[in-house]
Write a protein that binds this ligand. Structure first.
Ligand SMILES: O=C(O)C(=O)C[C@@H](O)CO
Ligand SMILES: [Mg+2]
Length: 390
């Protein structure tokens, strides 16, 4: 079997979007003075879809959501020529070709995201070629079904957040991730607002559920050190991305305080990036995203590393490409889950592009043994709402 073609297209959403409400999520731009809304950089309204076809007609699907048009250009210009004509079963060789040939300017960020999308499509082909779901190629079924946590609860009106939490508590979710809306620039009032939002959500979900807290890189080390003791009484399972991804020593200092487990990794890349996080004990929960970190080839290695370090892996953002990794290892106890929503910041856009994503049932996800590959196909229902960049 040989790879015959690589097609990367960008799906750009032109349909209705619900403008984010309130201070919906602290983020890295909060600390930078700007006369534009700090969250304007925080949109995922386009997505790159990669289709790789083999000489015997198998088509593998990959995807990337970081800098989609740039990712497409990298795939078209650099990565496609490296894999066309090659045997997809030589996936480690192909991964090293893509990684090392772009190493001078790649290694992290959008290049690794582009490599991830190609790698996902290759693994989809492998599964389809032997009639097995990808998780069966990685280690098989380690769970009867996958526990997942409800992920949204952006910082809006507290009553709206409580209604949202109640709605999904009633649907059987036993774990929730909420977003802070405030950080250092919002001073003491922001501290109070942050604490109020956690208290409000805990009031609804109680303490027999897991609560995770998301900063999305919107704080700094000094502010996080002040906040951790104030948050401890709410017994969060983790505090996510308190500082920017490059401040690895900051993560390690916060994690070493041992007040609240610190999580991160969705903005880290490659096996080496996670070796550094683990060696420095920077995180207590690893959250790579398989469509960013280097694909399944890289994520599978990181799973083994996390098993050796006894650090749980709970991949970022859900989606099928992450669920196969979670299903295939005891090192990954749970998945993130974004339900279907009207398009807002875009974390939910994949629901409008792909068919095959599992719907959570009572806080669990299921993968089928009889669906080969990643289990996805391209949805046609919303095509009229997308501008497709070939
Ligand atoms: O789901 C996450 O962990 C993200 O970082 C997504 C973004 O919406 C901020 O929470
Ligand atoms: Mg996050």
């Amino acid at each position: 079997m040989k790879i015959k073609s690589v097609r990367a297209r960008v799906y750009e959403w032109k349909g209705k979007t619900v403008p984010p409400q309130g201070n919906f999520c602290s983020n890295a731009m909060d600390l930078v003075y700007s006369n534009t809304e700090s969250m304007s950089t925080f949109r995922f309204h386009s997505w790159t879809v990669v289709e790789i076809e083999t000489d015997d007609g198998i088509v593998g699907l990959g995807n990337v959501a970081l800098a989609p048009r740039i990712a497409k250009a990298i795939i078209d210009e650099y990565l496609a020529p490296l894999v066309i004509g090659q045997d997809p079963w030589d996936y480690e060789y192909l991964w090293q070709r893509m990684y090392r040939s772009t190493h001078a300017w790649g290694r992290k960020g959008v290049t690794m995201a582009a490599i991830s999308a190609v790698d996902l499509a290759i693994w989809d082909i492998l599964g389809k070629s032997v009639g097995k779901p990808v998780f069966k190629l990685l280690g098989g079924r380690t769970k009867e079904k996958i526990p997942c946590y409800y992920s949204k609860l952006y910082r809006t009106d507290l009553k709206d957040m409580q209604q949202e939490a109640q709605k999904f508590l009633d649907q059987g979710f036993k774990a929730f991730k909420m977003r802070f809306g405030y950080g250092p620039v919002h001073l003491q009032q922001g501290v109070s607002e942050n604490l109020k939002s956690v208290a409000a959500v805990r009031e609804v979900i109680g303490y027999d559920t897991d609560l995770m807290l998301e900063c999305y890189m919107g704080w700094n080390l000094e502010y996080a050190k002040r906040m951790l003791p104030k948050l401890a009484k709410y017994e969060p399972r983790w505090l996510e991305e308190p500082v920017i991804a490059d401040d690895i020593d900051g993560y390690a200092e916060l994690n070493a305080m041992n007040i609240i487990p610190i999580s991160g990794g969705e903005h880290e890349f490659s096996l080496y990036g996670f070796k550094q996080l683990l060696d420095k004990k920077a995180v207590s929960v690893v959250q790579y995203d398989t469509n960013r970190v280097g694909g399944i080839t890289a994520a599978h290695k990181i799973n083994a590393l996390c098993e050796a370090y006894s650090v749980p892996v709970i991949p970022h953002a859900g989606q099928m490409h992450n669920y196969h990794l979670t299903m295939s290892t005891l090192a990954s106890p749970m998945a993130e889950y974004f339900p279907i929503f009207d398009v807002e910041v875009g974390n939910e856009l994949f629901w409008y592009i792909f068919d095959g994503e599992p719907i959570a049932d009572n806080g669990f996800l299921q993968l089928r043994d009889d669906v080969p590959g990643l289990g996805l196909s391209l949805k046609t229902e919303y095509l009229q709402h997308f501008h497709i960049v070939e």
